[in-house]
Write a protein that binds this ligand. Structure first.
Ligand SMILES: Nc1ncnc2c1ncn2[C@@H]1O[C@H](COP(=O)(O)OP(=O)(O)OP(=O)(O)O)[C@@H](O)[C@H]1O
Ligand SMILES: [Mg+2]
Length: 259
């Protein structure tokens, strides 16, 4: 299920504006990669380019390659909807469908993909996905209650359950804990640790401790100034980035001298 990602010379635009310049990087399967860097350096933009969500913004496009399992996501004839099934995404604010039951929230992605599914299979998938998202025990007695009745941390785990229910290869997370309290944050971090057994995970975070705790490798993005493109300055083992980075800018950022 888990796949490696090779990004080659990727340039990401909003109309005329080059937001992220010339990224080349390889992301190992069954690992957690953290993306860090100051606000506006293009972390979210880069993340969204990994499942073709970037181009849903009018005028937005990419040049270059993102190869997952030998296939260039930006190749001719590739269906972006199929890409988004293969590469799932969890957002900053938990966004369950509020009036939908917990159960239907988990199944929402599967149903969107037009897969017909019988009750027994659906039940099994709901239990497996919620168990995978570390939420089953907390919600198993109220699966028919609305998703909005859960705490913020539970809602975020519900969104993760919804994402993994479609059995993606890769899970992208954009600041998944920034709206959560410390306890819920730790629950989601534990979950990320477990998910990497099965998935390739890329997470954007502003929390250095979180990057250091959850990731195997870290990429530092930076920007020279307003209107300039963001660039991937350094990418290496997380230990190396946090203990002995090669670039001065990385060291300044992680030690809090700017950003
Ligand atoms: N929809 C959009 N249209 C035009 N420009 C955009 C759009 N979204 C982002 N940008 C620009 O692209 C650049 C990168 O933004 P992005 O949101 O990727 O940064 P980020 O690193 O995720 O920042 P933050 O840490 O604040 O979330 C910024 O200059 C931003 O203004
Ligand atoms: Mg962002």
């Amino acid at each position: 299920m888990s796949k490696r990602i090779d990004v080659n010379n990727l340039n990401i635009y909003y109309g005329d504006f080059l937001a992220v310049e010339d990224v080349t990087v390889s992301i190992e399967p069954k690992s957690v990669t953290a993306l860090i860097g100051p606000s506006g350096c293009g972390k979210s933009t880069f993340l969204r380019s990994l499942n073709r969500m970037h181009e849903v913004i009018p005028g937005a496009y990419c040049k270059g390659e993102v190869i997952i399992d030998g296939q260039n996501l930006y190749g001719k004839g590739v269906d972006p909807v199929a890409v988004r099934r293969q590469v799932g995404m969890v957002f900053q604010r938990p966004n369950p469908f509020p009036t939908m039951s917990i159960r239907d929230n988990v199944l929402a992605g599967v149903k969107l993909n037009n897969r017909r599914i019988n009750k027994a299979d659906a039940d099994e998938l709901v239990e497996r996905s919620l168990t995978g998202a570390n939420l089953w025990n907390e919600v198993k007695d109220r699966l028919d209650k609305p998703g909005s009745g859960l705490s913020g941390g539970q809602q975020q785990r519900l969104c993760i359950a919804r994402t993994i229910a479609v059995k993606p290869d890769v899970v992208l997370m954009d600041e998944p804990c920034s709206a959560l309290d410390p306890i819920s944050t730790l629950a989601v971090e534990d979950l990320i640790e477990e998910l990497k057994r099965d998935y390739t995970i890329v997470i954007v975070t502003h929390n250095m401790q979180q990057a250091a705790r959850v990731s195997d490798r870290t990429g530092f993005f930076n920007i020279q100034g307003t209107g300039k493109p963001g660039k991937l300055v350094e990418f290496d083992d997380t230990q190396k980035i946090f203990n002995n980075p090669a670039e001065r800018a990385t060291e300044d950022y992680i030690s809090g001298r700017f950003g």
